[in-house]
Ligand binder design. Sequence first.
Ligand code: NIG
Ligand code: FE
Length: 417
Amino acid sequence: MNKSRTLLTNIRTISTPVGNKPIAGAAMAQIATIPEAYILISGERIMAIGPMEELIRSPEIYRNTTLVHCENCCVLPAFVDSHTHAVFGPGRESEFVDRIRGYSYAEIAQRGGGILQSAAKLQQIDEKALCDYALPRVIELMSNGSTVIEIKSGYGLTIDAEMKILRVARSIAEQLPITIKTTLLGAHAIPVEYQQNRQGYLQLVCEQMIPRAVDEGLADYVDVFCEAGFFTPQETEQVLAAGLKYGLKGRVHANQMSHSGGILAGIAQGALSVDHLEYVSEADIAALLASNTLPTLLPAAAFFLSLPYPPARQLIDAGLPVVLATDFNPGSSPTTSMPFVMALACIVLRMLPEEALTAATINGAASLELAQDYGSVEVGKYADFIITKPGTHLHTIPYYFNTSAIGQVYRHGARVY
Ligand code: NIG
Ligand code: FE
């Protein structure tokens, strides 16, 4: 088969982390910057990268290529958004005014809002309608520069509804040019009918939902919301252990609203990632350093809920490989924008733009076990990258936090935005 070849010329700078492993600590800021460069794509992958002089010396590289002129534009790896809840039904704008008036996330959940409200609505919607809700949202994620995303279930809370979400997530990957990993989050909240019988619901998740999702090939990972009012650390470990029994590695919603114990529970069960981390102790940091579990920060959720922010500086300065993701969902983080997350990371968490890029690309890819193929602009990897608008560059993205610097998005060698 003759693979199509695309040649990007006169790129002002390529800014990219390097390698196929998570990058930790001070190294997060050490990205490669290649000035006045070209990229040659063959089929879906990057075949060559080099300085423009090389093209002048070897003009045969131009042969049989489609040219993309990138004068005054920069190239960055496309974002890997390793934590989203992109498949949900109607939004939850109805809770907005209550929150403005001062009800907390927990109080709204106790009043029957929150996750349970999303679940009640989603259970009434058929698969086609749910897909119609989700598709434009995923297109928005793509237009914000993400070409790899994770999607969690968790707004179903019955076997059928959880499988429906996961099937929709799988089907989106067939309908749109995007790479998707799926996570079963049956343990997102205790449904009303199980509120006097928590163990009954946990059994349903561990003994029925997990094996069913595995049998039908619908889930890549399992997740638990470890928080006061949701699941305890012990229950979290119970679900993660059940996941491992069926071959699913874990992820945890940990320490978002309190020192919930979720970080240590995740590490004890070898979770790939513990996410949120607004509340972190010295012991949590020591345990993370001694593990392969990645700390994932979701500052847009802290922003939207007016919670304290996660201590990114402390984590990076301790030598950890921080990941950034949107947590896109209707209740706590209604944004599809990795650039906005990078802006919060820089402006509020005091991460350098280079650290934020590493966290939003290669480290996210590592958290989804995809760093061999995604997360950096390097020969051999998939040609998934962003071409910035003319005159903009890496620092422009978090700086002009409400103006998109994303000009074009390529995925597997083809333009998708
Ligand atoms: O990641 N923390 C739990 N889950 C979501 C919020 C879910 C919701 O409120 O709908 C989160 O923030
Ligand atoms: Fe989440």
